[in-house]
Design a protein around this ligand. Structure first.
Ligand code: SAM
Length: 270
């Protein structure tokens, strides 16, 4: 990588360019849209998020940080919600507006955005690992969550896996992820995104889920669930090698509880 100052603004710009460039491919990514992943995600939203929304009098307020093309909104589409999605990529936002005309989607930098009110549901999915420093955003999201409300941090890279399974990272980059890397370099004409905008593909150190849990207890969250899942990485392998049906072959207790899973989701109630 060339010598550059890696600061928030630069990484935000790379994120914007990267996500603007890949928007037409983004929703097709089997990793997020495979039936195994969708079923798992919906089950957890139904179990942890919906009951909290059911208790709200009137229309609950929800905010999605880094909403992209509206992946989280897909799981909430049948709910009566006052929902605001924020993202830096106009192309991703355009797609979200097209898919969910009932909700608002605005361009904003997540670091500086101040909504001026609190929410019953505060969420992000697959965003923290795109940031240089994610803790300020976690703190902000925690403070924006109303008492009884839900904070959802979805599909983030698990530091334990990054620490103990790092030899697999090299293999991953050279094989399964190669097609994505090549495609994006073609589109952007710049390889920096590998280091800056795709931290999660074993390029960074991952995120410490237990540290996040402690932090949220400090913010007054009473219930914090950490959910490990192998489903996304299995789906990514299946996308590259359709005959390798890892999700079908792996028993649920392993694929849904393996502590060294590449991804985790954290759901907390205040
Ligand atoms: C991997 S995508 C996830 C999108 C969506 N949440 C999903 O699950 O499909 C990460 C998103 O974060 C957005 N993003 C990254 N840094 C941002 C920042 N500083 N401000 C606003 N959006 C940002 C990107 O534009 C991108 O749409």
């Amino acid at each position: 990588m060339s010598e550059r100052v890696i600061d928030r603004d630069y990484v935000t710009k790379v994120n914007q360019q990267y996500h603007d460039a890949i928007v037409d491919k983004y929703d097709e990514r089997f990793e997020a849209s495979s039936p195994d992943v969708v079923e798992w995600t919906q089950a957890h939203i139904d179990r942890y998020v919906m009951p909290a929304l059911d208790l709200v009098e009137g229309t609950p307020r929800a905010i999605d940080f880094g909403c992209g093309s509206g992946s989280m909104e897909g799981y909430l589409r049948d709910r009566d919600l006052d929902l605001l999605g924020l993202d830096i990529s106009e192309n991703m936002l355009a797609r979200a507006r097209e898919r969910f005309p009932q909700w608002r989607f605005e361009q904003a930098d997540l670091y500086s955005y101040d909504p001026g009110q609190k929410y019953h549901l505060v969420m992000e999915r697959a965003v923290l690992h795109h940031l240089v420093d994610y803790m300020p955003l976690v703190d902000k999201m925690a403070e924006l969550t109303l008492p009884g409300g839900i904070l959802y941090l979805g599909n983030e890279p698990n530091r334990l896996a990054y620490k103990y399974l790092s030899p697999l990272a090299k293999l991953w980059r050279q094989t399964i992820n190669r097609y994505r890397t090549d495609d994006t370099i073609d589109r952007l004409g710049d390889a920096d995104f590998e280091a800056l905008s795709e931290y999660h593909l074993f390029y960074g150190d991952g995120i410490d889920a237990l540290a996040l849990k402690e932090r949220l207890h400090g913010h007054g969250f009473r219930r914090v669930e950490i959910l490990f899942s192998l489903r996304e990485i299995f789906a990514a392998v299946e996308e590259a090698y359709p005959k390798v049906r890892l999700n079908a072959w792996t028993p649920d207790p392993i694929r849904d509880h393996f502590r060294l899973s590449r991804n985790f989701t954290l759901i907390a109630q205040r």
